[in-house]
Design a protein around this ligand. Structure first.
Ligand code: NAP
Ligand code: F7E
Length: 344
């Protein structure tokens, strides 16, 4: 049985990756952060199914607590480490630049050091990001494209990306960077734009919400399905050699196009409900991202399986179900109406 260590297991990708690895009979070890309310919602079904048998194990840790990372890597001696933890919201990274930077830089560095001192056969996956490119020009981006970060989040990811390469070259560690373009799902955090839209559209359709306030509708993103992308993470660590890999669909759509598609599927017109506000504009915007996943396709044999339209369908179906459940609670007087969600 292979042992995998995952930081950020409570996040969107943590959910899909742990499911994938458990299905492959891995023993999964994941770190969670202590918080005042329980934050394991996404992986609760996995905890119920796999924790008692010891196939899924959770530990309190934080990327800023290098001592706990060190101890855990030494104790578990995993075959594979997936570093998914990050303060991953770009807009929030402008509000909390120090925390975002510390987590995004010292975290990966502490993990690389822990691996180096424990066992240099441990394979390491770093969650790099298309945000590192900065998106200034409307061109297809590959592993050799220029990195030009535009936010504290992206700058921290560039540091970790380079460190991963430095540890690969200097110490012959198996460290790979997955440069993933935006990937979404029904488990996406509700303040990222796609989920904010599908969640609001579902609530609007059922009369639970009146309007949706967004920022820049012209930004363009290469949006894929998170379930497809975690498969690429795993494939990178099964390959003979460590490397950098772009994972993307090769198609890009604007936020406005995502809105149009979503509301049209519900026979609604987005213009009747959407407002824009400076509150959701960023001090420095990444205008256009489009990835070229040719290398991953050719060498790893990875391909995205979910189309843009199926992704919207999947997210919308899930959010309509959520809205229906909310409607029942509302009709029973168990919750108060909220005419816009989320308000942050
Ligand atoms: P996510 O849903 O925001 O999950 C982030 C995870 O990191 C959560 O489990 C969070 O824990 C944890 N975390 C945050 N700060 C931490 C800290 N200081 N110490 C330990 N854990 C911490 O993000 P995601 O969408 O799954 O993305 C996974 C990774 O891929 C991230 O590194 C992200 O930057 C990167 N990435 C994402 C995309 C994308 O489109 N989704 C694209 C490229 C790269 P809590 O649950 O306690 O908050
Ligand atoms: O924004 C615009 C916003 O926050 C997408 C993270 O997973 O992918 C993600 O970063 C676009 C931006 O994702 C709203 O200005 C308009 O242009 O959903 P997002 P992101 O910033 O692309 C990359 C690859 C990562 O690595 C990150 O971890 O949508 N936008 N109106 C809005 N965005 C938000 N969040 N909210 C709005 O109201």
């Amino acid at each position: 049985m292979k042992q995998a260590f995952i930081t950020g297991i409570t996040g969107q990708d943590g959910h899909y990756l742990s499911q994938l690895l458990l299905d492959k009979d891995y023993t999964v070890h994941g770190t969670i952060r202590r918080s005042s309310s329980i934050n394991t919602e996404r992986i609760d079904p996995l905890i119920s199914k796999y924790q008692d048998s010891g196939q899924l194990n959770l530990y309190y840790s934080d990327l800023l607590d290098s001592s706990s990372l060190n101890l855990l890597i030494k104790k578990i001696q995993p075959d594979e480490v997936y570093n998914l933890a990050a303060q991953s919201h770009v807009a929030v990274s402008f509000k909390n630049p120090v925390f975002t930077t510390q987590t995004g830089t010292l975290g990966p560095l502490s993990l690389l050091e822990a691996i180096r001192s424990a066992d240099n056969k441990i394979k390491y996956y770093q969650a790099s990001s298309s945000e590192m490119y900065g998106g200034g020009k409307p061109s297809k981006l590959n592993e050799n494209s220029l990195l030009d970060p535009k936010s504290p989040y992206a700058a921290a990811k560039v540091f970790a990306h380079h460190m991963t390469n430095i540890y690969r070259d200097s110490y012959s560690l198996f460290c790979s960077n997955g440069i993933l373009f935006n990937h979404e799902s029904p488990h996406r955090g509700e303040t990222f734009v796609t989920r904010k839209i599908t969640r609001a559209a579902g609530r609007i359709k059922l009369g639970l919400q009146k309007k949706l306030t967004l920022g820049n509708l012209e930004a363009s993103r290469d949006w894929g399905f998170a379930g497809d992308y975690v498969e690429a993470m795993w494939m990178m660590l099964q390959h003979d050699t460590p490397d950098d890999w772009v994972i993307a669909t090769g198609e890009t759509y604007t936020v406005k196009e995502f809105l149009e598609k979503t509301f049209k599927k519900l026979d609604l017109s987005w213009e009747d409900y959407v407002e824009t506000s400076h509150k959701y504009m960023r001090p420095n915007e990444v205008d256009y991202l489009l990835g070229d996943p040719t290398k991953a396709k050719k060498i790893l044999g990875w391909e995205p399986k979910t189309s843009f339209s199926s992704l919207v369908d999947m997210m919308l179906e899930s959010d309509l179900n959520l809205a229906k459940r909310e409607q029942v609670l509302l009709s029973e007087g168990l919750i108060e109406p909220t005419w816009e969600h989320p308000k942050i």
